[in-house]
Design a binder for this molecule. Structure first.
Ligand code: PXL
Length: 291
């Protein structure tokens, strides 16, 4: 049998295809390790573009091994361009430096048209602090990428870094609504703020877009524990739910239900499972109904 490269068109007639630009933290339950199975559970074809390979995520383990994949990303991008690959959505998460932000912008230019959903999770910090390896210049550059997206999903810390708010001062509803307003002003037409804690002991998701008069709020009891992977689980489920054809509000509800189910399962296994989210636990919620 002779091998024929690229034997036919690259469309997938029965599934949506999502490009996930994120790191591969081999141990620690975050980023691509979460996104790929979550999107598969949603019935979506997920195509990874690894931004870095790490032994673990950077939150909680001493001196993780990290290898940036910028050169590999450029080579993969060039090959995909040559074979004419197309995506229904592009979702970006943890990037390694400003050069990679520029590369993601090129990828948006090359692989998207008016039908392609662009989701940017501006991963760079939590708990009021930048993750190691990120700085204020990166945060400033990330604003430009956010302006290109249709939906952005920052947590409170990232939202504050993007807008110049003080993360420790955005504690009540008026301050968080003002933050949402400033996030929308960055340019993406829809914004989902995650990890919005309140003095009443709750934490929530706040979703707004240019057409809403009031944000959608989904709140639950605050969990006093840093769980890595929650943002990745939420953003991945959101992309999957949108690719299932759900309206954004419905997708936000499903993604938050899913993430919360995983958080509860993780806490049920505390303190043993401290290093990341049990993202497998809520997955049945995402699977389209079987006929
Ligand atoms: O889940 C966010 C995240 C993603 N990727 C890496 C991280 C973190 C959070 O610490 O370190 C490598």
């Amino acid at each position: 049998m002779t091998y024929t490269p690229c034997q036919g068109p690259l469309e997938n007639a029965t599934q949506k295809r999502v490009l996930v630009i994120n790191d591969l933290s081999c141990f620690g339950k975050c980023s691509l390790i979460v996104s790929l199975p979550v999107l598969a559970a949603c019935g979506v074809e997920a195509v990874p573009l690894p931004t870095a390979i790490l032994s673990t995520h950077t939150g909680g383990f001493p001196s993780p091994y990290i290898s940036s994949m910028t050169a590999a990303m450029q080579g993969i991008f060039a090959h995909w361009r040559a074979i004419g690959l197309r995506f229904d959505a592009i979702y970006s998460g943890y990037l390694c430096g400003e050069e990679q932000i520029a590369l993601v912008e090129h990828i948006f230019d090359e692989f998207s048209d008016e039908h392609t959903l662009l989701v940017v999770d501006p991963v760079m910090g939590d708990g009021g602090k930048l993750y190691s390896g990120f700085d204020a210049a990166y945060a400033a550059r990330m604003r430009h990428l956010c302006a290109r997206a249709h939906i952005i999903t920052p947590n409170l810390t990232e939202a504050a870094l993007l807008t110049g708010h003080d993360a420790h001062a955005v504690i009540d509803a008026p301050a968080q609504y003002a933050l949402l307003h400033d996030l929308l002003a960055l340019g993406a037409p829809a914004v989902i703020l995650t990890g919005a804690t309140r003095p009443d002991g709750t934490v929530g998701y706040l979703y707004t877009d240019r057409d809403r008069t009031e944000p959608l709020e989904i709140r639950h009891d605050y969990i006093d524990k840093m769980l890595h992977g929650c943002g990745d689980a939420f953003a991945s489920a959101l992309c999957g739910a949108l690719m299932q054809g759900r309206a954004t509000e419905d997708a936000v509800r499903l993604a938050s239900d899913y993430t919360l189910a995983c958080i509860r399962a993780t806490l049920a296994d505390a303190p043993a499972h401290w290093y990341g989210l049990k993202f497998e636990a809520g997955m049945s919620l995402l699977v389209p109904e079987q006929r």
